[in-house]
Design a protein around this ligand. Structure first.
Ligand code: ZN
Length: 199
């Protein structure tokens, strides 16, 4: 039999389903919610409901958005013909913070991983193919992660997207700024050498 009243057990069980939340943390969060004001508890419940009710994927780029097309795809000031391909919606923030990219995005929602049974058909690629086929793209910048999966995805995409008049580029990976090349592993060093540019 549970040590807690039924509504409390139910809340703890739901919280335990969240990533990185074990039994102890779930209990602590549940008691925090119980002690919080009615307004705070209601705001949390409403935020959870609204995120499911109002967010969807952009029909053009698969970004998570409350308006379709998303702010990037609807922007008149961004270059709609330069598309940066990323694995997850959260990667957009990483590119945006460079403040040097004024194109648009395509979110794959994953990467090819034969080991985990993820093939290209499980990724969201078709709307990108359509954009390229319809001659709406000048350059595709593949910014998948520098992992085995990210590299496999990049190789697959470059093969699928190859068309006359469409430039396919891969972001250069290299030595993190502030680190010492002595400590770079060989893949990082290789990528740094490959991505070299003329000075
Ligand atoms: Zn979009």
């Amino acid at each position: 039999m549970s040590r807690f009243a039924e509504p409390m057990t139910r809340l703890i069980d739901e919280l335990k389903k969240l990533p990185g939340i074990g039994s102890k943390t779930a209990q602590r969060l549940a008691f925090h919610i119980l002690r919080s004001s009615d307004d705070d508890a209601e705001a949390l419940a409403a935020a959870v409901r609204d995120v499911k009710a109002s967010l969807r994927l952009c029909s053009i780029c698969n970004n998570i958005t409350d308006v379709d097309p998303c702010v990037y795809c609807a922007s008149a000031t961004r270059n709609q013909r330069q598309v940066c391909v990323i694995e997850e919606p959260t990667n957009i923030a990483a590119v945006e913070k460079t403040k040097h990219f004024n194109g648009v995005y395509h979110v794959l929602h994953g990467s090819i991983s034969p080991l985990h049974g993820v093939g290209p058909e499980q990724l969201r690629i078709s709307n990108l193919l359509r954009r390229v086929e319809n001659d709406q793209v000048d350059e595709v910048i593949i910014a998948t992660n520098p992992t085995v999966e990210g590299e496999a995805t990049a190789a697959y995409l470059s093969q699928q997207l190859k068309r006359p008049g469409v430039k396919i580029t891969r972001i250069a990976m290299g030595i993190p700024v502030g680190s010492d090349i002595e400590y770079a592993d060989e893949i990082t060093m290789l990528k740094a050498m490959e991505g070299r540019r003329e000075l």
